[in-house]
Design a protein around this ligand. Structure first.
Ligand SMILES: [Zn+2]
Length: 414
């Protein structure tokens, strides 16, 4: 009885929305992957759409929001007003300086005019030359984008193989790509092993876009990318926490476990188990050298930076190699989002669970020469766009290519 009443109600809502759109009224949709918004109000006359992030706080900081608007008269300027998420999270996490929007189903992401803050809410405006538009906290990169990226690159290049890292707790596939351009006669142990992953924190969509820039550069024809492919096998995971991304949840500090505090002896997430297993096998075989975890930082971090393992867990070769890698990063990640010269340690003072942070797990479980870092790319700037993020990804690739010229394994030899 209850269920049929709910179904009738849902039917009426859909009918009303469809009728409203047909009459040329603005309507908001969130019935798709990675969407998140509670509609607080829509002013049809002024074109003001008021929303709040809809993420479940149990499933991570509810800073992410993303939704579709239908019924737009092309050429009209819309105003999006974003309220703070319910709970204790500071409003600034959900209110970037600029919001992202698309008028082509999310194929291209543009940036709104700078947001204006008032009474704890922030307003963004954009002139929309289309009947439908998509608005989001930042450029969207969902699990379908991850699958499409991996398949597109694999279809183009015989040396790139699509794989499934794991099935998530909810049964979703976690796509990954292995770039392995081996020439006949190459001994596998003579090639470097590199692991790059993004989105342990689901809301940090910029991390995936940095990954896009990296992998497209790596598989392209820049001579330095070709040189890197010849000397390294690269393992790339564009979205780790596929369940939080698919459901539009924030992921960070989720219950029972933050994805990036899960790198323990008994992880909660199958994709962490699978990543640990692959990295351990590579390291045991003497074929692992570099781990980079891609994130977005705090609202006030306006330059990208590396989080590094605390000095006390580094060995002399590890310390030497980390310095060489950071130096290469500074030389290559030069703008429009230039790398900060200062690294930050994430040890006991940063988090009581510091040992279960992915890069610290890699540092303490792999050979002494292995370098493991978190790259935090700023999201709150005019350059925090797909173009800005993918540029950082390409520059990260250049930094890796330069770093491997320093013979990082040689320093570990007795
Ligand atoms: Zn993060």
């Amino acid at each position: 009885m209850k269920r049929s009443a709910a179904r009738i109600l849902y039917g009426l809502i859909l009918f009303a929305a469809a009728a409203g759109t047909a009459r040329g009224e603005l309507a908001v949709r969130t019935d798709f992957e990675n969407a998140s918004a509670v509609v607080v109000g829509i002013e049809q006359d002024s074109g003001l759409i008021q929303i709040q992030p809809a993420g479940d706080p149990e499933r991570g900081w509810p800073c992410w929001w993303s939704f579709q608007v239908d019924g737009i008269k092309p050429g009209r300027t819309l105003t999006i007003e974003v309220d703070r998420a319910p709970g204790n999270l500071a409003a600034s996490w959900a209110q970037p300086g600029y919001a992202a929007y698309s008028i082509d189903h999310g194929r291209t992401w543009l940036q709104t005019a700078p947001g204006t803050a008032q009474d704890g809410r922030k307003r963004y405006t954009a002139k929309i030359d289309a009947k439908s538009a998509w608005f989001a906290w930042g450029p969207v990169f969902d699990t379908a984008d991850a699958r499409e990226l991996v398949e597109r690159i694999a279809a183009r290049h015989p040396f790139a193989k699509p794989l499934e890292l794991a099935k998530s707790r909810a049964g979703r596939g976690v796509p990954m790509l292995v770039v392995d351009e081996r020439s006949a006669g190459d001994a596998p142990e003579e090639r470097f092993g590199i692991w790059i992953q993004a989105r342990q924190h689901a809301w940090e969509s910029g991390g995936s876009w940095v990954g896009v820039g990296f992998i497209e550069w790596l598989t392209g024809d820049d001579p330095r990318a070709v040189a890197l492919r010849r000397k390294a096998v690269v393992y790339f995971v564009p979205v780790m926490d596929v369940d939080s991304v698919a459901t539009g949840n924030g992921g960070k500090n989720q219950v029972p476990q933050d994805h990036n505090r899960d790198w323990s002896a008994e992880p909660h997430f199958p994709e962490v188990v699978a990543a640990q297993k692959r990295i351990t096998e590579l390291d045991k075989a003497g074929r692992f050298d570099l781990f980079v975890d891609l994130h977005n930082p705090a609202p006030g971090d306006l330059r990208p930076f590396f989080f590094v393992s605390p000095d006390e867990v580094l060995s002399p070769p590890g310390r030497r190699n980390l310095a060489a890698f950071v130096a290469a990063g500074k030389e290559e990640i030069v703008g429009p989002l230039p790398l900060s010269p200062t690294t930050r340690p994430s040890g006991a003072a940063y988090s009581p669970q510091w040992q279960a942070i992915s890069k610290n797990w890699v540092t303490t479980h792999c050979r002494p020469h292995v370098v493991a870092v978190t790259l935090e790319t700023s999201w709150n700037t005019p350059h925090s766009t797909t173009a800005g993020y993918t540029t950082v990804g390409r520059q990260l690739g250049l930094a890796i290519e330069k770093y491997l010229r320093t013979s990082p394994r040689a320093v570990a030899a007795p």
